[in-house]
Design a protein around this ligand. Structure first.
Ligand code: NAI
Length: 738
């Protein structure tokens, strides 16, 4: 038998709970252990009058059955008072069911201002005020469940209910946004459109039907949606008669009605009307981003003339993908000629200024030590990305491309002018389900001599699911910083014109300059180039640990996390571990991480006696990638795993007979964590395995059924509670999928 849903310790406010649906919710919550605030103004159905009797009766019923309840007679228009009562009586508020309601039905022509206003005040404004009063408490306790009560009259319209329909659909709009804003605080908001016999419906339904559509059939849905184990958020449900259905939006594929350099005309709309309204192959957009993405797709299609065929439509599906044809494909060689001007422009683009005298060597071609910043190495290589459009077996929608990670390695300092050639190869293609990940390796040469190597890691949203492999083998991997406060921090302002300046180095994407383009991508204004923040962070490290000596720079790896808006400050946090400097870059104003898993490897200084604590053979272990993914999963679903697993796993990954890496997966403490190197909590079980065998276990080659068989085959050494290896299988199987 499954576990029953209980609400012990939870405090619930049900508005309008003196009768009808609200009463049923309150009774069921009371029965299931919640403390209930039974709110009801006790007026008539049109919003007149006031009485405490209705709420008192329901409180009495709950108490008689052994439950906890208290009555509240305020109007929902006094939202604060309702929540204050919950806090004063029970010390917290966990669940708000906005249910109170009245009716003032009139045909539209006869709807008075009062009919309109009263309905909006009770339904829409009342729900807003009550919910707003509870919001910060829910946010602080990182738990909240909210119900909005809409109506079929709002969803579909109903004669004589213009005021009510408008308010009821307004509640859905409110819920949609609360679901988005609340998600990260574990505040979920769902909407119901119930049908039940009550005093509100007795004038519109025949008595038999009224009798059959019992309010008690609706209450269980409310309880499930409000339970801590329910992850539903932003849903809309019709419910009644013992049936529940979920609603969503559907949108026709539609029709592009304009062509490049032409206006839309009313006639072109008329002539394509049947296609605009044709629901064959309709899509179901679920977010504003998806909705806007269509417009971005349309713009790119119109601009590239893809609408020439009058029957072509906005399609967001990706036709047949053939990664095996793409992997290993070499793109046409690209040539890049530059002078000291490009080097200086780049330095200004990544925030260098004559305000710092040490920057002069990057800004003045007459300086005795005029140098080019090492991260300029991405510039000659970046144009190779456009070549991806001609790779066989890949059909890339460039409007959906996200730059995920970047690796750059210099084999010698870059010259301050010259002509370079870049050869790009598709190193790997990965099916991530929600999208496609492409690794593009670019080698850049000067007169036949290899100067630098870039690895671009790009993600094409929505192009996954083509059945390709899920494990990258050729990726340069990120590395998390040590578990201590940073050794050094540098904060630098970006200017309002930072992106405008940086783009002159060759990244012309309008996303970084054109407000309307940025808005279509879902951004409030144009964003800074990820590679610009990358340049900022790299020069911070070069300054802090290499005295701005470009010959010390060896390589850099970063993962791009979040956008930066020009004008924000970048805070680079650094940890030095031998010749490796781990770094993390944040937006100072928000604390949001911009670059993560990042590091720069430096060449030892001629006078540097410190030895690298990161031996070369440990760089680039294949298992690092899996652990990085495990780390990410723990961030997402760690709490759930802790409940399921409740153990600490130690890992020793060996290479060439030596321990190359230690990891601890703590699924016992808090909401779980992953640690690289030494970790204070004692592992319940520790596994020792070679890097190669670890990958085989993960990929299921060594033994698809049981990791513990690997133990018997002598490939996996286990210390501690061997029984826990059973649980391990679940973690590796479910949480190391790449
Ligand atoms: P009901 O009239 O039995 O219950 C509504 C309760 O809200 C009443 O007890 C009333 O005193 C209370 N109330 C009214 N104004 C208030 C205020 N300002 N402050 C506090 N309490 C107030 O009606 P029913 O059918 O149970 O409706 C509950 C909710 O479900 C309403 O929001 C209604 O619009 C909605 N609904 C009901 C449908 C049905 O078939 N019964 C259909 C669609 C929506």
């Amino acid at each position: 038998m499954s576990v029953s849903l209980t609400f012990a310790g939870r405090v619930v406010l049900v508005t309008g709970a003196g009768g009808g649906l609200g009463r049923e919710y309150a009774l069921l919550f009371g029965e299931r252990g919640a403390a209930v605030i039974v709110n009801d103004l006790g007026g008539d159905i049109k919003g007149g009058g006031k009485s405490s009797a209705a709420a008192d009766r329901v409180v009495q019923e709950i108490r008689t059955k052994g439950g906890k309840a208290v009555a509240n007679y305020d109007s929902v228009e006094d939202g604060e008072k309702l929540i204050q009562m919950a806090l004063d009586t029970f010390g917290r508020i966990d669940i708000v069911v906005n249910n109170a309601g009245i009716l003032r039905d009139r045909s539209f022509a006869r709807t008075s201002d009062l009919d309109w206003d009263l309905i909006h005040r009770v339904h829409l404004r009342g729900s807003f005020l009550v919910t707003r009063a509870a919001w910060n408490h829910m946010k602080n306790q990182k738990f909240g469940r909210i119900i909005m009560t809409s109506s079929a009259a709002g969803i579909y319209g109903n004669f004589g209910q213009a005021n009510y329909s408008a308010a009821k659909l307004g509640l859905l709009g409110l819920a949609n946004t609360l679901a988005i804003e609340g998600q990260k605080y574990n505040i979920h908001c769902n909407t119901i459109a119930p049908t039940a016999g009550s005093r509100l419906t007795e004038t519109v339904m025949p008595p038999d039907l009224l009798e059959s559509l019992k309010a008690e059939y609706v209450a269980p849905l409310i309880l499930w949606l409000c339970h801590e184990s329910c992850q539903e958020n932003g849903g809309l449900f019709e419910v009644g008669a013992g049936w529940i259905g979920k609603l969503r939006w559907e949108r026709s594929v539609g029709r592009i009605v304009r062509q490049k350099n032409q206006m839309v005309t009313p006639e072109s709309v008329r002539d394509t009307w049947s296609e605009i309204c044709d629901f064959t192959d309709a899509t179901k957009p679920a977010s504003i981003q998806e909705s806007l993405q269509t417009l971005v797709d349309v713009l790119s299609r119109v601009n590239t003339g893809l609408t020439a065929n009058p029957t072509s439509a906005v399609s967001v599906t990706v036709p047949g993908m053939n990664p095996s044809a793409a992997i290993g494909h070499t793109l046409a060689e690209m040539s890049f000629t530059y002078t000291h001007m490009n080097c200086i422009l780049y330095a200004l683009g990544v925030g260098m200024s004559t305000k710092d005298p040490h920057h002069l060597k990057f800004l003045y071609e007459g300086h005795e030590d005029f140098s080019v910043l090492p991260t300029f190495g991405v510039i000659p290589a970046q144009s190779s990305m456009t070549g991806l459009s001609s790779v066989p077996g890949l059909d890339i929608d460039f409007t959906r491309l996200l730059h995920g990670e970047q690796y750059l390695e210099l084999f010698k300092p870059l010259p301050t002018s010259g002509t370079l050639s870049s050869k790009a190869t598709v190193a790997d293609v990965l099916d991530k389900g929600s999208g496609m990940l492409i690794l593009l390796d670019v080698h850049t040469y000067s007169g036949g001599e290899l100067l630098c190597y870039n690895q671009f890691s790009v993600f094409i949203v929505g192009s996954g699911g083509f059945g390709g492999k899920r494990m990258l083998q050729k990726a340069m991997v990120t590395a998390d910083p040590p578990n201590r406060a940073p050794d050094a921090v540098i904060v630098d302002e970006t200017s309002k014109d930072q992106a405008a300046l940086y783009r002159l180095s060759g990244d012309w994407n309008p996303l970084h300059i054109d407000p309307s383009f940025a808005a279509m991508g879902g951004f409030k204004s144009p964003i800074l180039h990820g590679l610009c923040s990358f340049g900022f962070a790299a020069r911070h490290v070069l300054k802090q640990y290499a005295g701005n000596d470009v010959s010390r720079f060896k390589s850099i790896k970063v993962r791009f996390e979040k956008p930066v808006y020009p004008g924000q400050s970048l805070q680079t946090e650094m940890w030095k571990e031998g010749n490796r400097v781990h770094l993390q870059c944040k937006v100072k104003e928000t604390g949001g991480v911009v670059l993560s898993g990042a590091y720069i490897d430096l060449h030892a200084a001629a006078d540097d006696t410190s030895v690298s604590v990161c031996p070369p053979q440990t760089a680039g272990l294949q298992s690092d990638l899996v652990f990085a993914e495990i780390g990410r999963r723990i961030k997402d679903v760690g709490a759930e795993l802790v409940k399921k697993v409740n153990a600490v796993f130690g890992w020793e990954i060996t290479k060439d007979g030596k321990t190359a890496r230690e990891w601890t997966i703590d699924l016992k403490t808090g909401s779980g964590s992953l640690h690289k190197g030494a970790y204070s909590s004692k592992a319940d079980v520790t596994f020792t395995v070679t890097d190669e065998d670890f990958m085989e276990v993960v990929m299921g080659k060594l033994n698809p059924q049981k990791a513990s068989k690997a133990f018997f085959a002598g490939k996996l050494k286990v210390r501690g509670n061997i029984m826990l290896s059973q649980k391990l299988e679940a973690i590796l199987k479910e949480h190391a999928k790449l």
